[in-house]
Unconditional design. Sequence first.
Length: 229
Amino acid sequence: MSLRSGAKGTDSRPRIAVLLGASGATGKKLLPLLLDNPGYSKVIALGRRETGIRHPKLENRLVDFDDLTSALKGVKVDDCYCTFGTTIKIAGSQEAMTRIDHEFVLNFAKAGLAAGATRFAYLSAANADAGSSVFYARLKGQTEDALKALGFADLSIYRPSMIIAERTNRRWSESMLFPLLPLLDKLMAGDFARYRSIPVDALASAIAAFGSQQGSGSRTLYWQDMIDA
């Protein structure tokens, strides 16, 4: 499925976007692209700390992740972007990771709906599957299913595999695989192309394109849908 084919027109009125996850590798690349989108009159970045970016369209809103349902009270928003997440190493346990990657994400989505949002873009994972025996894949799949049940008019789920980005907390698997990615990517053809690695800039650009794709409905996007966005 091509990202371009999903576009069904744009809304000319000024709109407001909100981003959860601006401090992460993908979120850091995504935020400037949202600010550059002329369709947005304001971009709200939710976080425990300010982004450090100064821009006339940016509102840094400090929030308590345990109270995300009230994070957008008093605000009218249109589009929600979620690049928020952690790793089992950082979270420390499956329970803690579930709280961050599932409960916080859903609370953000519900806060967006309460603030008027009808559109949601979610950064997931290529192997997301609610029925998987692998915890990470199962958690992402369960979060996707829960988001679908909320009834957003447009819901785009981005499923990258390995994300090529500079990280201070790189997963051990990433460190092992990064030198092999050029070879592994060439071996992945057909349906397996979805598991090719993707540069973080390309991923952020693909997610940012969501802002100009009103009416795209519910869809799931893989490497082949994102790499040429």
